[in-house]
Design a protein around this ligand. Structure first.
Ligand code: ZN
Length: 246
């Protein structure tokens, strides 16, 4: 028999519940890696922060032996992806994201806070997983099976329903509060925004914008022009509410 003790929020993700909730025991029927065994219970490996067998941390390739007790701990706001760990030996320099279309609104909101965020459209799961793996981006999705792909190293199964609650969830989990640079990135295309002189953008402005606004930014990639208007005040208010809840 093998026993796995799933800790914390991992219990909510279990595909099969045991009477004990967090602890499952079952006969070992085949030779398997600990990654595959944990995932057979519905837990995608990017949601796992630490695995302990007989008091020793092990990595995802560990081959499970009969008779052991496995302790599985979830990623949490205490997990530091900027530091090497046994499961993720190469740390992330900075949090960058790739967002699945099933949480698409999260992409614009992360860009609004200045985070480098891709939102690939019309691509299959293979491409999405490859972008996450090859570019070392955190994959945000509601698709458990997508996160189980081996190439995905960093990722998170988004639990909240509303886009604002999803944003708060991601800010808390990946400790983004201190890294926020509002309005430094284009909401539409993820390009960087740079200050631009009013005279340079004058021909592209509506008459009222031309009259009342004096500070402008332009996206280096798509050339979209941004200025501080009433829409930005509304967004600032929403942002303040979200950050207060984190
Ligand atoms: Zn742009």
């Amino acid at each position: 028999m093998v026993t796995i003790n799933f800790h914390g929020v991992l219990v909510d993700l279990l595909s099969r519940k045991s009477a004990d909730g967090a602890v499952v025991s079952f006969p070992l029927e085949r030779r398997t890696s600990i990654k595959d065994l944990i995932e057979s219970w519905g837990i995608p490996h990017p949601e796992v922060d630490k695995i302990v067998v007989a008091g020793q941390e092990v990595d995802f390739a560990y081959i499970v032996e009969d008779g052991i007790l496995i302790e599985v701990f979830p990623i949490s706001a205490q997990s530091d992806f900027g530091q090497p760990s046994l499961l993720r030996p190469t740390p992330l320099d900075s949090p960058r994201f790739v967002v699945d279309v099933n949480v698409a609104k999260l992409a614009a909101k992360l860009r609004q806070l200045g985070f480098d965020t891709l939102l690939p459209r019309n691509c299959d799961d293979n491409v999405l997983a490859a972008i996450a793996g090859c570019q070392r981006r955190i994959l945000l999705t509601r698709d458990c099976n997508l996160l189980k792909r081996k190439i995905v190293e960093f990722g998170h199964l988004v639990r909240a329903e509303s886009p604002n609650a999803q944003l708060a969830e991601v800010i808390k989990l990946f400790r983004l509060k201190d890294k926020i640079k509002p309005y430094s990135r284009c909401f539409q295309c993820n390009g960087l925004l740079v200050p631009v002189a009013k005279a340079d953008v004058l021909p592209y402005l509506e008459p009222l914008t031309r009259k009342y606004y004096h500070t402008f930014h332009r996206c280096l990639d798509c050339q979209k022009i941004y200025w501080s208007g009433s829409h930005r005040e509304k967004m600032d208010k929403i942002l303040r509410e979200i950050l207060a809840s984190c």
